[in-house]
Design a protein around this ligand. Structure first.
Ligand code: PGA
Length: 249
């Protein structure tokens, strides 16, 4: 079974000074935990966060990544740039980027492939909106979204992949999917991964995201196919991160 990953998605929060203070506070407050922690910070915070967390077991990463290797792509950040500062991860295809930045699954697939080619582990996000859940089509929709979002990935690079199931109706709303909902979808995604990457599927971490907090993280991450959480709101305060890490002990 893969290890548990506690991935912290700050979204567009924290200036570099706030980010530094958070990382310094966390490095002195780290609890004993079997989970791997990773902070997914705004790009402008990453150099400082990486240096403040150096020597701790906490990894860092970005919230997006370019689909291109280098060159004339104004505003973008490449896998090589992230790798150079010691970042390990990049979120790819978060529903907020799909919605507000018109990212298609085809674009997400290119970004995931570019990340892996440049030594960055993509955390590929999928998940349905409320309308699809209410029609009962969420499993078919999310599995198809995963297939499309992984289209460019080679068989061998899949060993490095992380997948996050984030139902859009549960993000930032306080409405968490039940642990059973999370498990049902994670099991369906695992099944799809088995058919795409038979050699690696059982080692790929599948995270759940959507209103995860200290009170519900243990039950969600105890599900057999759920290997961690992608946490937004509850990642901003160090105290709540410490509580979540401790709950995963
Ligand atoms: P939330 O966000 O924990 O605030 O619901 C999760 C996410 O969007 O990654």
């Amino acid at each position: 079974m893969p290890n548990i990953l506690l991935a912290l998605n700050w979204k567009m929060n924290k200036t570099p000074s706030e980010a530094r203070a958070w990382a310094e506070e966390l490095s002195t407050a780290l609890p004993q935990t079997s989970a791997q922690l990773a902070v997914l910070a705004p790009a402008i915070d990453l150099v400082d966060v990486a240096s403040a967390l150096k020597g701790t077991p906490v990894q860092c990463g970005a919230q997006d990544i370019s689909a291109h290797e280098s060159g004339a792509y104004t505003g973008e950040i490449s896998a090589a740039m992230l790798s150079d500062i010691g970042a390990k991860y990049a979120i790819v295809g978060h529903s907020e980027r799909r919605e507000y930045h018109a990212e298609t699954s085809q674009k997400v697939a290119q970004k995931a492939a570019a990340a892996l080619a440049g030594g960055i582990v993509p955390i590929v996000c999928v998940g349905e909106g409320l309308d699809i859940r209410e029609k009962g089509e969420h499993v078919a929709y999310t599995v198809a979204q995963l297939q499309d979002s992984l289209e460019q990935l080679s068989l061998s690079s899949a060993a490095q992949l992380v997948v996050a199931y984030e139902p859009i109706w549960a993000i930032g709303t306080g409405k968490t999917a039940t642990a059973q909902d999370a498990e049902d979808m994670a099991a369906a995604l695992r099944q799809e991964l088995r058919s795409l990457y038979p050699a690696h599927a059982d080692q790929i971490q599948i995270l759940y995201g959507g209103s995860v907090k200290p009170a519900n993280i243990a039950e969600i991450c105890a599900q057999p196919n759920v290997n961690g959480a992608l946490v937004g709101g509850a990642s901003l305060e160090v105290a709540s991160v410490v509580d979540m890490a401790a709950a995963l002990r």
